[in-house]
Design a protein around this ligand. Structure first.
Ligand SMILES: Cc1cc2nc3c(=O)[nH]c(=O)nc-3n(C[C@H](O)[C@H](O)[C@H](O)COP(=O)(O)O)c2cc1C
Ligand code: SF4
Length: 760
């Protein structure tokens, strides 16, 4: 089944923008209401229709067909007794069939309740006969063009003609033309006596098209109607046509409605039948008043976790020196990579980017892990404003300016910039590439759950040769990093991006899929070539050591629920996912990979989990979800605990590795207490901080100096730094960093959040 969305959801938007949003929010097709193109669609000719089709296809979508056929102009009617009106209506529908074919579509959905009502005083059977004749005439034109006319039963509340699937089937039989088929609509089926699953099962042989919606007027899953039985019945009937989202009431944020509708349908298609989990409130760490109370709370959530009650700053394990590649670092804080979606289109830093790096320098952390993801090629960017290796720009100067500002920040707090150990995170975004805005996925393998959200298919899979070309780009970027003065590069293997996905290519054939040696082949080649071409440059890797099935908001509660894998175990997609129960992580394969990489000399590791696209609750634990996220399925401390355990597992297995841990920002006031404990038990070598330094860069320095924490600047996991880029804006700590407060993006973000709060 393929997912489409009806274009009137985005009323008033330019078509190209509608297509970009539809593609970005996870649809594969666009269904068009002709009245949105012109008040009188007869003014549109086939050449224009062809251009419309080309615009849709340019965004990677298909034109499904047309619906809301007779909404405009006035004066059209299917059943009235006036022959001239019916002749005009028939010719109008034939014109739409020609436009539909010119656009590349295959369907006309005949709904239009008012324009088919049996007029007062008319006999129903006469109207029925007139409608059958008219539709047969339309099919005679449409059929040879490859366009089918789909009759849509509608609720008795909106029309008195064809109000059940059975009546529609009788009309189709009377029309008796192979181009005439049935359309079913979730909201309309809800008005029938029979359950939707029975209607689908009984009429599957006639079915050409389905609308997913809710009787209250919103998208699928937005109201009380449970679409699961309908979707199950469609799957059981092997229905392989379009499932189109139709929203009657234009929502305040159409993009959000589209995204949520797509997520709901994907979840239903993946077969999740979990009962709706109730939203729950979890005590945020910042609300716990004492270290002893926090320790008790922590242990109640994760009995194997602990914290010190009085952190000792630089006098404790956080200030213990450590040696990396012959360099001595004097504290155990690391800044995690965090991009800002704020580079130039040419991939160079802007003042926003430089400011962020300067603030990283002011943190006092000795290890700066990559700063942010740097794409090794333009097609590997996750957004049009990501930094990348651009042969047409002075990328070296751009990177040098980042290093310079980092050092400026370091000097500003009275520290020696020469002591910093700084990396550049090298990436290709693979499945999540969007170099020009809309998704342009390049994948390691076809994925049954992740392809459709980004519009990927078999043609998105990179060939062996293409993978090798990307490998060369990693090496070239590493050469550049070395020239510019970085101490190390991170061959990024996390968060669903290409190198991470390749490590899970169990089902890929050829030299880069199947066995661990094959899946790691490209990584191994890149490492070996960097080592030989860039002497003195250390190679590290950020790795998602565990992963789980994709999560989506439950349609009725908004709480995150995992997709259900119904095709039977084992689940052979992904890296660090339990094959028998893919809702769980299994670290065995990733640990075997680390062992392999350790054999190549990779000793510097940054441990993370999951992906921001599929399981953000795990990847960046938060109290407040981003706009496209879901409410936490569990206390976010559970995810923090998983991060700490993952680092402990790696460190416990290979004590000679230098391990940076993740998951600390959510701890807020108690970050130093937990950090010190983890270091003291040897569970990690560096405490990595992401969001915590976006809002409050001097946090590590203040902790080391034993100064009181500035509670007003602590990251409270509001997720604005994720919501903003998910809505096409630059990222930053909008709530707590004054730099962002007055930007136009801050106002847009406030509006977006306010409209979300107003949602029922
Ligand atoms: C705005 C933002 C941008 C991020 N960009 C990257 C990135 O470029 N590379 C990366 O490996 N992780 C990235 N991350 C993930 C963080 O490095 C980190 O793993 C995550 O925020 C969890 O750590 P924390 O709880 O300390 O924030 C990003 C996170 C945020 C919030
Ligand atoms: S916007 Fe600021 S407070 Fe919110 S999660 Fe990001 S860094 Fe933390």
């Amino acid at each position: 089944m393929k997912l489409a969305v009806c274009n009137e959801l985005f009323a008033g938007e330019d078509l190209a923008r509608v297509c970009a949003i539809a593609a970005e929010t996870g649809f594969e097709g666009l269904e068009i209401a002709p009245y949105t193109l012109a008040d009188d669609p007869r003014e549109i000719d086939e050449a224009q229709a062809e251009r419309i089709g080309a615009t849709v296809r340019a965004a990677g979508l298909s034109v499904v067909g047309l619906h809301w056929l007779l909404a405009r102009p006035d004066g059209l009617h299917v059943t009235c007794a006036d022959d001239a009106v019916r002749a005009r209506t028939r010719e109008f529908l034939c014109h739409l069939a020609r436009l539909c074919a010119a656009m590349g579509g295959e369907l006309l959905v005949l709904g239009s309740p008012r324009q088919r009502d049996v007029p007062d005083g008319e006999r129903h059977e006469d109207a029925f006969g007139r409608a059958a004749d008219l539709c047969r005439g339309v099919c005679e034109t449409a059929g040879p063009l490859g366009v089918r006319l789909a009759i849509e039963p509608l609720a008795p509340a909106v029309t008195n003609f064809i109000t059940s699937a059975a009546e529609a089937a009788r009309l189709i039989e009377a029309i008796d033309h192979p181009a005439c088929r049935l359309h079913l609509d979730a909201a309309a089926m809800a008005s029938e006596q029979q359950p939707a699953e029975r209607i689908v099962a009984e009429h599957a042989h006639l079915l050409a098209h389905v609308h997913a919606n809710d009787p209250a007027g919103g998208g699928p899953g937005s109201g009380d109607l449970d679409l699961a039985p309908m979707v199950r019945a469609l799957c059981e009937a092997d229905y392989s046509g379009w499932l189109s989202v139709e929203v009657f009431e234009t929502p305040l944020v159409p993009e959000r409605a589209a995204r949520e509708s797509a997520a709901t349908l994907r979840r239903l298609l993946s077969g999740s039948t979990e009962a709706a989990p109730p939203p729950r409130r979890f005590p945020a760490p910042g609300r716990v008043r004492t270290a002893a109370a926090f320790r008790e709370h922590l242990r109640s959530v994760a009995p194997d976790l602990d914290c010190t009650l009085k952190p000792r700053g630089a006098a404790g394990p956080l200030g213990e020196p450590i040696e990396i590649e012959g360099r001595t670092l004097t504290n155990r804080f690391a800044v995690h990579p965090m991009e800002g979606w704020d580079g130039t289109r040419g991939g160079l830093p802007t003042e926003h980017t430089l400011r962020r790096w300067e603030r990283f320098g002011r943190s006092g952390a000795q290890l700066v892990w990559g700063g942010e993801a740097f794409a090794v090629r333009s097609d590997g960017r996750a957004n049009p404003h990501q930094l990348f290796h651009n042969a047409d720009a002075n990328t070296a100067a751009g990177l040098a300016s980042l290093l310079e500002r980092l050092r400026t920040g370091c000097r500003a707090i009275g520290q020696d910039p020469e002591r910093l150990f700084v990396g550049l995170q090298l990436t290709h975004s693979g499945r999540y590439a969007r170099p020009d805005g809309p998704p342009a996925p390049r994948t390691a393998y076809a994925h049954p759950l992740l392809d459709s959200p980004v519009g990927a298919d078999e043609t998105s899979v990179l060939t062996d040769g293409e993978l090798e070309g990307i490998g060369e780009a990693y090496v070239a970027a590493a050469r550049l990093a070395r020239e510019v003065g970085f101490d190390f590069v991170d061959v990024k293997c996390c968060h669903g991006y290409l190198m991470h996905e390749l490590l899970g290519a169990h089902r890929r054939g050829g030299p880069y899929g199947g066995s661990l040696a094959n899946r790691a082949r490209l990584f191994s080649r890149i490492v070996a070539e960097i080592q030989s071409e860039c002497p003195g440059l250390t190679v590290g890797a950020r790795i998602s050591l565990g992963d789980v099935l994709p999560f989506a908001p439950h349609p009725s509660t908004g709480v995150g629920v995992p997709a259900t894998w119904t095709s039977g175990a084992p689940f052979e997609y992904g890296f660090g996912i339990d094959r028998e129960d893919p809702r769980r992580m299994d670290l065995a394969d990733p640990l075997a990979f680390v062992e392999l990489a350790r054999g190549l000399g990779v000793r510097l590791w940054n441990v993370t989990l999951g992906s921001p696209y599929t399981c953000p609750h795990l990847q960046r634990p938060a109290t407040f979800p981003p706009s496209d996220g879901y409410l936490p399925p569990d206390d976010p401390l559970v995810a923090v605990a998983e991060h700490l355990r993952a680092a402990r597992r790696l460190k416990g297995r290979f004590d000679d590795l230098v391990v940076v841990g993740t998951g600390y920002s959510y701890l807020q006031e108690w970050l130093p207490h937990v950090a010190e404990h983890e270091l003291s038990i040897g569970g990690v070598d560096f405490v990595g901080i992401g969001r915590g330094v976006l809002s409050y860069p001097e946090l590590p320095r203040d902790v080391l100096a034993g100064e009181p924490i500035d509670r007003k600047r602590l990251c409270r996991t509001f997720s604005d730094c994720t919501t903003a880029p998910r809505n096409g804006m630059l990222s930053g700590c909008f709530p707590l960093d004054p730099h962002y407060k007055d930007l136009p993006e801050a106002a847009r973000l406030r509006e977006l959040k306010a409209s979300e709060r107003k949602r029922p």
